[in-house]
Write a protein that binds this ligand. Structure first.
Ligand code: ADP
Length: 192
């Protein structure tokens, strides 16, 4: 799932993982758990998360790579929040080439306009109280997405695995479109 903060990656990734019986690997959730447990990784990551900056690529790769491999061996995964920089995408690709059985079959880009993203993030701020859902941090995370993550769209387009989905519709409609897409690609057949 490749989408801006607030686009609905987490919601859709949860549903896909349940439908296809595969692992949902959410980099932000993993990092928040590390911070909450005050692990060494959490201590290093905390300030980045609070500011809405990306944590350094090597830190992220350290905690993600093993999980991806384990999930791949167990049947598959939905990646939510990773890769998020070109360097991460290239590292993930190198790893996939080295390890048999790890592949990226489809990249789903949930497209949502900036005003809608802001209003969803504000609504989530009052609902969930996530420390990085403050007004200033929301703006910063949208900028970080535009400068560091959006270039990945072109990268995956050129690899011909990018699929853009209108993420402004109701969650059920978005899920239905993704499932239909995966079926048409032959990725979801016989499952769910
Ligand atoms: P959102 O998409 O709403 O910003 P996430 O839960 O995906 O929320 O990410 C929260 C924070 O976790 C990010 O702002 C960043 O600090 C950190 N993070 C998550 N994934 C990555 C990643 N792949 N690389 C670097 N930092 C990450």
């Amino acid at each position: 799932m490749l989408a801006a903060p607030g686009a609905g990656k987490g919601t859709q990734a949860d549903r896909l993982a349940a439908r296809y019986g595969i692992e949902h690997i959410a980099s932000g959730e993993i990092l928040r758990a590390e911070v909450a447990a005050a692990t060494a990784v959490g201590e290093k990551a905390k300030d980045y998360l609070d500011r809405g900056d990306l944590v350094p690529d090597d830190l992220l790769l350290d905690i993600i790579a093993g999980r991806v491999l384990t999930a791949a061996l167990a049947g598959g995964y939905v990646l939510d929040g990773f890769p998020r920089t070109l360097a991460q995408a290239e590292a993930a690709h190198r790893l996939a080439v080295e390890l048999d059985g790890v592949t990226l079959q489809a990249v789903l880009h949930l497209e949502v306009g900036a005003d809608e993203l802001r209003s969803r993030l504000r609504a989530r701020a009052s609902r969930e109280g996530r420390p990085d859902d403050t007004e200033a941090t929301i703006e910063h995370r949208l900028e970080v997405f535009a400068s560091q993550t959006e270039p990945l769209l072109e990268y995956y387009r050129s690899r011909e695995i990018l699929h853009t989905i209108d993420g402004e519709r109701q969650p059920d409609e978005v899920t239905a479109e993704i499932v239909a897409l995966l079926d048409s690609l032959g990725l979801g057949l016989g499952l769910g």
